[in-house]
Design a protein around this ligand. Structure first.
Ligand SMILES: Nc1ncnc2c1ncn2[C@@H]1O[C@H](COP(=O)(O)OP(=O)(O)OP(=O)(O)O)[C@@H](O)[C@H]1O
Ligand SMILES: [Mg+2]
Length: 231
């Protein structure tokens, strides 16, 4: 059976994981794949009247072709926009990789070809005193997309993140240069450096956009080959 799991990670928080995830989902839908998307942990939620809801999860829910109830998209919704294990502690909750893996596996039982999982923060975000979110990706043997938020300092973050993903035994299906700082000095040279130093495929360079829609972002991306061949 082909791999269904695509884990979206990145160099930091707030660097475009959700933006790139929605672009990839748009592309996958267009290629005829049946998609589902999950944000297992979201820290930074607002009370919608029907429980805590997070904007990332709502965006993923809206674009995935298989419509899931909110709780399945985002099983752990935490109010404070802080490190997830601390937000969980403050709400009297304990996070565990095995429980998050269980939620994700439940989604994969549905008739879908791709389950996209958006991480929280960067690759090595703790979920408790023993585990990190990377353990969830590892347990599911996810193909990983690394989103690089193009700004000063990103070369170091990108290379360290790529090293950590590979050392965890996972396949980097590709990486994306997302221009979060349009005024980054020597942007082209920085992108060329990453293209030279990261052996895995670059799936696109997304400029700083004024009107950020899944379709617009998707227009700058290609699907990882693992998923192209399924369509
Ligand atoms: N290429 C882009 N052009 C314009 N705005 C962008 C671009 N990429 C991301 N943004 C904006 O930057 C902000 C952060 O992006 P996004 O929410 O996708 O980051 P993230 O890595 O998913 O953050 P988090 O760690 O909170 O999940 C958002 O307001 C988003 O609209
Ligand atoms: Mg996000």
């Amino acid at each position: 059976m082909p791999n269904k799991w695509l884990f979206i990670s990145g160099t930091d928080t707030d660097i475009g994981k959700t933006a790139i995830a929605t672009g990839l989902l748009w592309l996958a839908n267009n290629a005829g794949l049946r998609t589902a998307a999950v944000k297992p942990i979201a820290a930074g939620c607002e009370d919608s009247g029907a429980g805590l809801h997070n904007d990332d999860a709502l965006q993923l829910q809206a674009i995935a072709s298989h419509k899931l109830p909110y709780q399945q998209v985002n099983p752990v919704a935490l109010e404070a926009a802080i490190a997830p294990h601390i937000a969980a502690q403050e709400q009297g909750k304990t996070l565990s990789a095995s429980r998050l893996v269980g939620y994700c596996r439940g989604v994969a039982l549905l008739p879908v070809d791709m389950v996209l999982i958006e991480g929280a923060g960067g690759w090595r975000v703790p979920i408790n005193n023993r585990e990190t979110l990377a353990d969830v990706a590892r347990e599911l043997s996810c193909a990983v997309i690394m989103v690089v938020g193009m700004r000063l300092g990103c070369l170091n973050h990108a290379l360290l993140t790529a090293e950590a993903i590979r050392r965890d035994g996972l396949n980097i299906a590709g990486w994306v240069a997302n221009v979060v700082d349009a005024d980054m000095p020597r942007l082209d040279e920085n992108i060329a450096t990453l293209q030279h130093l990261i052996i895995e495929p670059c799936l696109g360079v997304v400029p700083r956009l004024t009107n950020l829609t899944p379709e617009q972002v998707g227009g700058y991306l290609s699907l990882p080959v693992e998923f192209e061949s399924q369509s």
